[in-house]
Design a protein around this ligand. Structure first.
Ligand code: ADP
Length: 588
């Protein structure tokens, strides 16, 4: 056994190296032509910039010959059901009118639009709701709650970081309140040059966000007593070296479409937004930390600044607008000499990794709702990613939005100082692409999408970035955990009882002198007591597997890591009984 473990673990050690290679290979495969561009253009001296720029543009034109399926939306006569939508969104109506798509009633139609106005209803995404709309493609994935609050996202990212520290390093270190207060105070008092930003758990469009200057800031009225703690807050390491556009901090809002959770299929839209601050950025000092126009990129805040610049009609070109298209911002960055293809690739890789972290948890929620019919679940979701780029061109995922704004109006100041609301051509352009093309793709089956579109290729404005295959070995570990949990649960997904859980101990590879059969009962009871639930849910189950892995392997393997140990346990547990060896008698 020990010998086996050692050789198994040697493989894991090799896998670490492989992971690093894979990261590079991923870059190489996807980016061959772009790499040539980078090498040629960025090794030249800054003095060559204008020539360099022309060269880049020429090469970019070449690489623009991308593989693409073009679908005329009008050629697909869709019908959209808005019956669970409390208030119709102008953009949906606009898209329907443009393409002559019909409105469907009752339980009919191709697509059920579950927009932000009925978030409450979508939260009640129950089995009955799912069954009633089974034949429609639903614009929401069950479990969207996991991506709608910062606390939930933070806990999943923390878990992924624990397992894959070298990969999940694009989400700034985050503390949830009040749970991580002590850890935060310890880190804060080390005062090692890091600044921290405090944000309400649920997106508040910039309201209530502040940069922490002293611990008292975290308590209501500055009263340093646990009962006054700002509970629904998270605190995050502040990215203090942002890349600047026109000397201003900015972030990207990019749109990602998920059309299937197993296999995981996801796309990124070629268009998006760049949202700029309205005051020039300066490093944080005690005198500027409360200046929201310098540190926060939210449109909802900056639109109130007198420095807000409305985009020109030709918003795809380089311009000075405070809100720009992704395309326009990339052109400006390129002009500044930034390696835009490299940046784009890094952004895509970061999003892919994020999705592999979050998707198994979304799959778990989907299976909880749909039960044994989960494979028939026909859901898709457009997620808004807020991405900040630092001066080393590293993308940081600051937040994701389960309900990205589909607002297409803006407030404009009249000459006499009064204000009026009008359609923003920029928002309408970007968001129409995002929703219209999501509908066109979502009505295809996962198989059709993989066969007809394929990874790296575009369908209209969306590029497929995940076709079910994990780009890095073992990144689908949590998917395997969902499978194992499901195998053990049997017919009732989501509730694992003790008897079923203890079947794991029948596997001879999962017991040794450090972990005997009766320990399984103890582990189950311990987690059950902690959870205060009769049966284990998926997160509780994950905890039990971690304990099993630790007990079974920690003292045996010199190069123990949680990821390797859990991988071993899951792989063994998923093996068919026929492949398992005869039980060994394990005694303490
Ligand atoms: P909300 O959803 O309430 O607007 P966000 O997490 O999007 O909250 O934060 C608002 C803005 O604050 C971001 O758009 C960004 O400009 C800034 N910000 C948030 N977190 C960080 C961070 N960790 N480092 C630097 N800037 C940040």
């Amino acid at each position: 056994m020990l010998q086996f473990l050692n050789s198994d673990f040697q493989q894991f050690t090799q896998q670490d190296k492989q992971d690093k290679q894979d990261e590079n290979t991923e870059t190489e495969i996807l980016n061959n032509s772009q790499r040539q561009l980078r090498v040629k253009s960025f090794e030249e001296k800054p003095a060559n910039k204008p020539l360099n720029l022309i060269f880049q543009m020429l090469l970019q034109k070449k690489t623009q010959k991308r593989q693409q399926i073009k679908v005329d939306p009008k050629s697909i006569p869709l019908s959209i059901n808005l019956s669970v939508q409390v208030q119709e969104l102008p953009i949906i109506r606009k898209i329907m009118d443009k393409n002559e798509w019909k409105k469907a009633h009752n339980f009919d139609g191709d697509i059920l639009w579950c927009g932000p106005d009925n978030v409450q209803q979508a939260k009640q995404f129950t089995y009955d709701f799912a069954m009633v709309f089974m034949n429609l493609c639903i614009s929401r994935i069950p479990g969207a709650k996991l991506i709608s609050t910062k606390k939930e996202t933070t806990s999943i990212m923390a878990k992924m970081r624990q397992y894959f520290p070298s990969i999940y390093n694009f989400y700034p270190k985050t503390y949830t309140m009040p749970e991580d207060l002590h850890e935060f105070i310890e880190d804060f008092e080390k005062k090692d040059g890091i600044s921290y930003i405090a944000k309400p758990d649920k997106g508040t469009q910039g309201q209530g966000i502040f940069i922490v200057s002293q611990i008292e800031d975290l308590f209501n009225n500055g009263i340093k007593d646990i009962s006054y703690i700002k509970k629904n807050y998270i605190i995050q390491e502040y990215i203090s070296n942002p890349l600047l556009l026109d000397n201003k901090k900015f972030d990207f809002r990019l749109y990602v479409l998920i059309t299937s959770l197993k296999p995981l299929i996801a796309y990124i839209n070629e268009e998006g937004l760049a949202r700029l601050c309205t005051e020039n950025y300066q490093d944080i000092t005690s005198s500027n930390l409360s200046n929201v126009y310098m540190h926060l990129t939210n449109y909802s805040l900056n639109k109130n600044s007198q420095n807000y610049i409305i985009h020109p009609p030709d918003f795809q070109k380089i311009n000075l607008g405070t809100k720009r298209t992704y395309t326009s911002a990339k052109k400006t960055l390129m002009k500044m000499g930034i390696d835009v293809p490299k940046l784009k690739l890094r952004i895509e890789q970061t999003i892919v990794r994020f999705l592999f972290g979050i998707a198994p948890f979304l799959l778990n929620s989907t299976r909880e709702v749909y039960q044994d019919k989960w494979e028939k679940a026909n859901c898709f979701h457009v997620i808004g990613f807020d991405i900040l780029i630092d001066r080393d061109l590293k993308p940081w995922i600051i937040e994701i939005n389960a309900n990205p704004s589909l607002e297409i109006t803006q407030v404009v100041q009249n000459q006499n100082g009064s204000k009026r609301v009008e359609t923003s051509s920029l928002d309408a352009y970007v968001k129409t692409k995002v929703i219209e093309d999501a509908f066109i793709i979502a009505v295809k089956t996962p198989q059709e999408q993989i066969e007809q579109i394929g990874k790296g290729k575009y369908c209209n404005s969306y590029k497929m970035i995940i076709d079910g295959q994990a780009p890095i070995e073992n990144l689908d570990l949590f998917y395997k955990l969902v499978d194992l949990y499901s195998n053990l649960c049997g017919l009732r997904y989501g509730n694992l009882n003790q008897m079923r859980f203890c079947r794991l101990a029948n596997n001879p590879q999962l017991i040794n002198e450090l972990l005997i059969k009766s320990d399984y009962d103890l582990i189950y009871k311990k987690i059950q007591l902690k959870s205060l639930q009769p049966d284990l849910n998926f997160l509780n189950f994950l905890e039990t597997i971690e304990q099993i892995s630790e007990k079974l392997l920690k003292r045996k393997a010199s190069n123990y890591t949680l990821q390797k140990a859990v991988t071993y346990v899951v792989n063994m547990a998923l093996k068919q009984p026929s492949q398992q060896q005869r039980p060994q008698t394990a005694k303490r």
